[in-house]
Design a protein around this ligand. Structure first.
Ligand code: F6R
Length: 605
């Protein structure tokens, strides 16, 4: 999704901004641009191609300057054209980049057009540039502060003005923005990752903040315009993050990082205790009589998986809702319900809005499973568990998912223990399985060569079905999502028992049917469902636990999972599905890390 980088320094800021844009590329974008204040005027270069192309343009024009803003745009209002790409100008005076969506842009546009402003794009962003210009009376901070009071929606902005060539002003409301502190230089960015290698001293702005930076000063104000001291944090987790090492894509690298990501997520785990989720967890969890999980996409599937664990291990009722639906649904709140959000980024607009909606309904007990400790989600939830997957660059989530599952399993055990449903023997057995989990994951990754052999077959199809039962049904959903998002093959997942209620009509000898076959209580039922597929000529591709006795034969291709992992089996079974999607996409030649139309971290509704 959109990315912002800005810099004010005593050196040419172009290299810093281009490097920052490259670091933000993984978030997905369809155009990019840069604006500089140089020798008393504003210069701009924009491209509907990649950042590398923008770099060529900028170098070709020998652009340089000590003050600049840059942006990667993921189109919402208006097609991905050069005119719609940021930075947007108001006349020759104001330049601005924006992440988010301005909901009242139409009203503001009409108002500004009546004042004589001429628009050169279809974006909601351009209204902000003109609005600031219309309010400008020689002080950029004041103009921005009064402009933001007129904006409805979500935004993070960075603004420069031709008449103040050593100053940049930023504001955030609903979209993240950080300040980077350097030696006699300052930076703004939508993600600290953009500034890796430039500075590790970062200030995370809070909702409603505006910031005024120059070479030597950084002043932050809250929503009421009062000076607001914010903590400077040293963020050093990003070293080497953008290096691929021996891998071809970040997705592949991240799939193979899962053993380490899981062991980091479990680091220091000595036993099952409520404090794993924060100091005040015990009283909150003791009062909890039910759970509402809110999330989107892959994180939602982690929530669906957790429902099985929580209901069976902790015997607590769980509802799992797609955040973008829940936030607008007329639902029935329950005062003793714990609201659990799951998010890799911690900035997903729909999940944040759903959390706030739940709070408005009176459900104040909240917990998040999140991969970014400094995110809005963590700040807004009373309790949290930080998954330590490390930065995830591939748009298709992999290591974030398995670490979310690991944390959700821990939460199920903690609640079970509080509710008197976990004996010391059971706790010891679960701890043993968790400790062994990274090794078990490594053994599954060793199946890659067999999966590569299947990927060739899959790449020739335009459709695929995924079947799972019970706790492996959400894993089938996740497998189908992975395949469609990076290989563009249409894929659907069903609980296998549902086949005969409709989807069986799709099954022919042209339809590959991926089947997750753990050795659990539903195995015999699943085998019958597989027969239903075979009877219609469907080709089965089965990931079977070694003790299932499902054999390869005509129309049934089998890859054996190294071990049956009991309740944690979903974490192992998703891994071959990630590899299958990855290698199928590789054969089809798609842009694996940046699939079309998609963005990492969906910070707009
Ligand atoms: C799919 C994927 C998305 C995200 C979803 C939520 O591979 O990555 O479906 O899971 O956009 O994002 P987070 O977890 O950041 O809230």
């Amino acid at each position: 999704m959109c990315g912002i980088v800005g810099a004010v320094a005593k050196r040419n800021v172009v290299p810093v901004m281009l490097e920052g844009l490259k670091r933000l590329e993984y978030r997905g974008y369809d155009s990019c641009g840069i604006a500089l204040c140089t020798e008393g005027h504003l210069e701009r270069s924009r491209s509907t191609s990649r950042v590398a192309e923008l770099e060529k343009q900028v170098n070709g024009r020998h652009l340089s300057g000590f003050l600049g803003i840059a942006h990667t745009r993921w189109a919402t209002h208006g097609a991905p054209t050069t005119d719609n790409a940021h930075p947007h100008f108001s006349g020759e005076r104001i330049a601005l980049v924006h992440n988010g969506i301005i909901e009242n842009h139409a009203v503001l546009r009409a108002e500004l057009e009546a004042k004589g402003y001429v628009f050169s794009s279809q974006t909601d962003t351009e209204v902000i540039a003109h609005l600031i210009d219309s309010l400008y009376q020689g002080d950029l901070l004041k103009a921005v502060q009064s402009a933001v009071t007129r904006l409805r929606g979500a935004f993070a902005i960075a603004v420069i003005c031709r008449d103040e060539p050593q100053r940049m002003v930023g504001a955030r409301q609903g979209s993240p923005l950080v300040v980077g502190i350097g030696e006699n230089e300052h930076f703004l960015a939508s993600d600290a990752l953009a500034l890796a290698g430039t500075t590790d001293r970062i200030v995370y702005l809070e909702e409603g903040d505006t910031v005024d930076i120059s070479l030597n000063d950084c002043h932050i104000y809250d929503a009421q315009g009062r000076p607001a001291p914010r903590e400077v944090r040293v963020v050093s987790v990003y070293a080497g993050v953008s290096e691929l090492g021996p891998y071809r894509h970040f997705m592949q690298k991240e799939i193979f990082e899962q053993p380490r990501a899981i062991s980091d997520t479990l680091q220091g785990l000595a036993g099952i205790s409520p404090e794993l989720f924060g100091d005040g967890a015990l009283p909150i969890l003791q009062q909890t009589d039910s759970i509402l999980i809110l999330a989107c996409g892959t994180s939602y599937y982690a929530g669906l998986t957790a429902k099985y664990w929580m209901e069976s291990i902790a015997r607590i009722p769980v509802e799992v809702e797609i955040a973008s639906e829940y936030r607008y649904r007329d639902s029935v709140p329950s005062p003793n319900r714990l609201v659990v959000t799951i998010s890799q980024s911690g900035e997903t607009a729909d999940t944040l809005a759903a959390l706030r909606h739940a709070r408005d309904l009176g459900m104040n007990r909240s917990l998040t499973i999140c991969n970014v400790a400094t995110s809005a989600m963590v700040r807004e939830c009373a309790l949290s568990y930080i998954t330590r997957a490390g930065v995830e660059i591939g748009v298709a989530s992999t290591k974030a998912f398995t670490t979310q599952l690991t944390a959700l399993f821990l939460l199920s055990l903690v609640i079970a223990k509080i509710r008197g449903r976990l004996t010391p023997e059971q706790e010891a057995a679960h701890m043993k399985s968790l400790r062994h989990l990274p090794v078990a994951v490594s053994a599954v990754l060793a199946l890659e060569p067999q999966i590569i052999a299947w990927a060739e077959d899959f790449s020739r199809h335009n459709d695929a079905l995924f079947l799972g039962r019970g706790i492996h049904y959400p894993i089938a959903l996740e497998g189908a999502l992975k395949l469609k998002e990076i290989s563009y093959i249409h894929a659907e997942a069903y609980p296998a028992g549902e086949l005969k209620h409709g989807p069986l009509a799709l099954v022919t000898d042209k339809m590959p049917v991926v089947t997750i076959a753990p050795n659990d209580d539903l195995l015999e039922k699943l085998k019958s469902n597989m027969q239903e597929v075979r009877a219609r000529g469907g080709q089965l591709y089965v990931f079977a636990d070694s003790d299932t006795r499902i054999m390869s034969q005509e129309g049934i291709h089998v890859i054996r999972m190294p071990e049956n992992y009991g309740q944690l089996s979903p974490i192992l079974h998703v891994i071959p599905l990630q590899l299958l999607a990855y290698h199928t996409a590789l054969v089809r030649g798609t842009d694996v890390d940046k699939p079309r139309n998609l963005a990492k971290s969906v910070t707009v509704e």
